[in-house]
Ligand binder design. Structure first.
Ligand SMILES: [Zn+2]
Ligand SMILES: [Zn+2]
Length: 128
């Protein structure tokens, strides 16, 4: 049976912060964690042992580094990443960014990549 510090250490290794305070008594009972990107997730002690990553982060096909370089090329600043479920029950991600002219916009990775490819501003408020 893991101690609280075992759980904290295992969570830290995965970049998670444990928001509980005691072991739930069973290896398969989920505990609450917050990942390095602020996602609220549930993992059991078994999941931690299996080094299961945050399901929101691991679902993203684009890495943080790739996103950063795309945003830098467009001159955008990353404000927030929103995960939500659309009307069809599909998991979607939108990015809240600020363009070089200071317009706050909600966009997607696909739109940003398209803007880069087409040489457009990527901001619907900016000309081009
Ligand atoms: Zn995450
Ligand atoms: Zn703009």
């Amino acid at each position: 049976m893991p101690s609280s510090s075992d759980i904290e250490a295992a969570a830290a290794e995965l970049g998670f912060t444990w928001v509980g305070d005691s072991y739930p008594g069973k290896n398969t009972i989920k505990m609450d964690f917050v990942c390095a990107n602020g996602h609220e997730i549930q993992k059991s002690w078994c999941d931690l042992q299996a080094k299961k990553k945050c399901r929101f982060c691991s679902r993203r096909v684009t890495t943080g580094a790739e996103l950063d370089s795309i945003l830098a090329e467009l001159g955008f600043a990353h404000k927030e990443t929103k995960h939500f479920t659309d009307a069809k029950g599909k998991n979607r991600v939108t990015l809240v960014v600020e363009c070089g002219a200071g317009h706050p916009i909600e966009t997607t990775m696909v739109s940003l990549k398209r803007a880069l490819k087409n040489g457009t501003s990527g901001c619907r408020h900016c000309p081009k």
